[in-house]
Ligand binder design. Structure first.
Ligand SMILES: CCCCCCCC/C=C\CCCCCCCCCCCCCC(=O)SCCNC(=O)CCNC(=O)[C@H](O)C(C)(C)COP(=O)(O)OP(=O)(O)OC[C@H]1O[C@@H](n2cnc3c(N)ncnc32)[C@H](O)[C@@H]1OP(=O)(O)O
Ligand SMILES: Cc1cc2nc3c(=O)[nH]c(=O)nc-3n(C[C@H](O)[C@H](O)[C@H](O)COP(=O)(O)OP(=O)(O)OC[C@H]3O[C@@H](n4cnc5c(N)ncnc54)[C@H](O)[C@@H]3O)c2cc1C
Length: 664
């Protein structure tokens, strides 16, 4: 059987309506149609082809990205694409570029932290790309510790200006995307100083380069920070270094929604909390969670299709060998990743809803759920990006040797994805933020303050501390209430145990530092509970399409029971479940793998990824892996000549030398 036939055969086994699942995956029929149209538009445009990208040198690669960005912008204008359509187009172009920072951080920062007048002035320019913006927060010396940033913005009342200055080497801005070679402006985060007093870190709109000849404004030193991990990958982005030598900007270029500086240099607080200065990060973390499912689905699609094409061992009587997807070990590694892709999709959808809700409340001056929004975006960003980065690497291994070839698409996907664990907040630092939120919530339980939203379960802590899991058969693990209770009890018990340990310290900050590794574990348990509960919520919705709900149920339980298996130590040590119940969960997991198996290919087809987007010979829709892999090898520049360049200089003399030695 050829690879092509393998996948056709697999698709015939499907037990559900794939088209209906495509809509569930996309979020709505509208989102499906729109993303499908944009995917095809990009795939059919030769200007967006990606072949050979990994072989380009840095300069060529970067120029190629500039060309694509300009072409994308031209198409966006020609076709009058909406912001939503443009977002999809960017996704399928599949190449990080300065436009990400412009649209993803510069514009949102002005929207979230700028006053009405500032928005009126700057947003039209940014929307028409008459200015290009970056987000310059991190410095050489500090990234995580935002309050530790050293760049200063000193108000000069004589001229009604701020003087932006880099007082030390470590105050150099370092990392901002798009800054190195492209951006004309940036939101620069600096310590505000007025009348000799410090007022914390704030954002300032600073022009960096001339709009006429792109030269840096006098007093600004700016450049790219150098090559990053992997070929192609994130090297399409010009992450930059920037220093200021007493650069003057008008007073009205400080983003003043949170704090206003008057003509006299007086600071006047508005009614919005200081944390809103961090609002752009909340927005981007939310988009990163949605993107995690996209990247994970991509890796899983490649590994699943290839696992159905690939055969090793097991031939009987000269018949065909076993498809590697039929090995239970392969299933136990692959199917939880498939389930995670769906789980992250749904939690991403929910987080988008939460973010929209918070934004509306903020506009009505209701700041009550800002701490929860921060904890959810920070925690889920951490959980989903860590899991996705690990999963891409696991998918590479699931594809055996061929997974290591760039033609598999997996090395570049890994290299471009892995910094998501660091940017927009180091994943451990973010989990520590979640831990602070959880410990605060637990400490307030005694005062009668009822936790709401994702921490509502902590309001039932007494019950959860006593509850006994009601599982007697493997089938009992297919009850949503049982699964939910196990995850709630595990998280509640871990939180309470950490809070009790913390209370033994005289100084809570010392306790927090000492117990931080344990606290991070509690944060992970809480975030996993959120993902499981949002998946279960999804199952309660009316989902049309033959067999679709059944598949989603299977995936939901695979996600949850695999976590239970992986984090068994937590579940057992907190006494939420017994070893016998854990063993039943494992039996159920194996049964679920068998049920998913005939649907695996259709479940990845439901992602609706074009071959252009996947960029993988192993993950081709038609399964025609071997002939194409063979063809691909000959495209390598090393194969341009039969005898390699360097033969006469290095190989030939060596061979002759050996011949001479042999004769001796
Ligand atoms: C091809 C061309 C196509 C063209 C097409 C064009 C169209 C395209 C259309 C769309 C494209 C869009 C694409 C979008 C993609 C975007 C991708 C972006 C790529 C990623 C780039 C990465 C950018 C970055 O990395 S920016 C830098 C990020 N830095 C960090 O995250 C730093 C991490 N540190 C922190 O967050 C904090 O400083 C801290 C929380 C760790 C600080 O701790 P601390 O204790 O020192 O805090 P404070 O004392 O300051 O405050 C404590 C207090 O505040 C609360 N808190 C903290 N953070 C927040 C928050 N974010 N929100 C709300 N509240 C917050 C905290 O809980 C404490 O509260 P208390 O009540 O306890 O006091
Ligand atoms: C590809 C890429 C793109 C980026 N783009 C931008 C951008 O556009 N704009 C921008 O401003 N920045 C950008 N950044 C910077 C990024 O936001 C920071 O690198 C990130 O926030 C992590 O901060 P750091 O580098 O200071 O790490 P550090 O905080 O120095 O982390 C080093 C180690 O210390 C640990 N650690 C730190 N603090 C604590 C703590 N309190 N407790 C326990 N452990 C701790 C971390 O877990 C980590 O293991 C980008 C970074 C990358 C890699």
């Amino acid at each position: 059987m050829k690879g092509v036939d393998h996948l056709a055969h697999e698709r015939n086994k499907t037990e559900f309506d794939v088209d209906a699942m495509k809509i569930v995956w996309a979020g709505s029929r509208h989102a499906f149609e729109l993303s499908d149209r944009m995917a095809r538009l990009v795939a059919s445009d030769p200007a967006f082809q990606k072949d050979g990208r990994i072989r380009l040198g840095r300069k060529e690669l970067f120029k190629n990205t500039l060309r694509k960005a300009a072409h994308a912008w031209k198409r966006i204008l020609e076709l009058h694409l909406t912001e939503e359509e443009a977002g999809w187009l960017r996704n399928f172009v599949d190449e990080p570029s300065f436009t990400d920072l412009h649209w993803g951080m510069f514009v949102p920062a002005i929207k979230g932290q700028g006053t009405d007048e500032q928005q009126q002035k700057w947003l039209p320019l940014a929307y028409k790309m008459q200015i290009i913006g970056s987000y310059a927060q991190t410095e050489l010396g500090h990234g995580s510790n935002v309050q530790g940033l050293e760049t200063t913005a000193t108000f000069d009342p004589e001229t009604d200006e701020f003087v932006i200055h880099s007082p030390t080497l470590t105050s150099s801005k370092w990392w901002p995307g798009g800054l190195g070679k492209v951006s004309t402006h940036a939101i620069v985060y600096a310590r505000l100083i007025t009348n000799g007093q410090e007022h914390g870190v704030h954002g300032f709109i600073v022009q960096l380069r001339s709009l006429d000849d792109h030269m840096p404004i006098p007093g600004i030193t700016i450049g790219d920070i150098g090559m990053k991990f992997g070929n192609g990958a994130y090297n399409t982005m010009d992450n930059g270094v920037l220093t200021f030598d007493h650069i003057r900007i008008p007073r009205n270029q400080m983003l003043m929604r949170v704090l206003q500086v008057t003509r006299e240099g007086k600071c006047v607080k508005s009614n919005v909390p200081r944390q809103l200065i961090y609002g752009t990060m909340v927005f981007v973390r939310q988009t990163i969670v949605a993107d995690a499912s996209t990247a994970l689905a991509r890796a899983v699609c490649i590994a699943t299709r290839y696992s159905a094409v690939r055969r090793q061992f097991g031939s009987q009587d000269g018949g065909m060998e076993t498809q590697v997807i039929d090995y239970k070990t392969q299933q136990s590694r692959l199917f939880p990743l498939l389930a995670s892709a769906y789980a992250f999709r749904f939690v991403g959808e929910w987080l988008k809803w939460l973010y929209t809700d918070v934004t509306q409340r903020l506009q009505a001056n209701d700041f009550s759920i800002l701490p929860e929004a921060h904890a959810c975006t920070a925690g889920l960003k951490s959980l989903t990006t860590t899991a996705t980065a690990d999963a891409i690497e696991e998918c590479r291994k699931l594809c055996g040797g061929h997974g290591y070839l760039c033609a598999s698409g997996l090395p570049e996907l890994f290299a471009v994805y892995v910094p998501a664990c660091t940017y927009e907040g180091d994943n451990v630092v973010l989990l520590l933020q979640v831990a602070r939120f959880l410990m605060k919530t637990v400490s307030q339980l005694g005062s009668g303050k009822k936790p709401v939203g994702t921490t509502a379960y902590l309001g039932r802590v007494q019950d959860l501390l006593q509850c006994c899991c009601d599982v007697q058969t493997a089938e009992d693990w297919l009850k949503p209430s049982v699964v939910l209770e196990a995850f709630e009890a595990r998280s509640a018990r871990m939180c309470v145990a950490r809070a009790q340990n913390l209370s033994k310290f005289e100084n809570p900050e010392d306790g927090f530092a000492e117990l931080s590794a344990d606290l991070v574990e509690a944060s992970v348990a809480h975030c996993q509970l959120i993902v499981v509960s949002k998946f279960i919520d999804k199952l309660q919705q009316d989902i049309p399409g033959k067999g679709v709900n059944r598949q989603l149920q299977n995936l939901c339980y695979i996600y949850a029971l695999n976590l239970l298996h992986k984090y068994l130590g937590d579940f057992l040590s907190t006494g939420c479940i017994t070893p016998k119940q854990a063993s039943l969960a494992n039996d159920q997991l194996r049964s679920l793998y068998s049920q998913i198996r005939p649907n695996a290919i259709a479940l990845v087809d439901a992602f609706n990824y074009t071959d252009h987007y996947l960029g993988s010979v192993l993950g081709r829709y038609d399964g025609n892996v071997y002939p194409k892999l063979y063809e691909e090898a000959w495209k390598d520049p090393l194969n341009d000549s039969v005898v390699p360049d360097g033969y006469h200089e290095y190989i030939h003399p060596m061979l002759k030398q050996q011949l001479r030695n042999a004769r001796l």
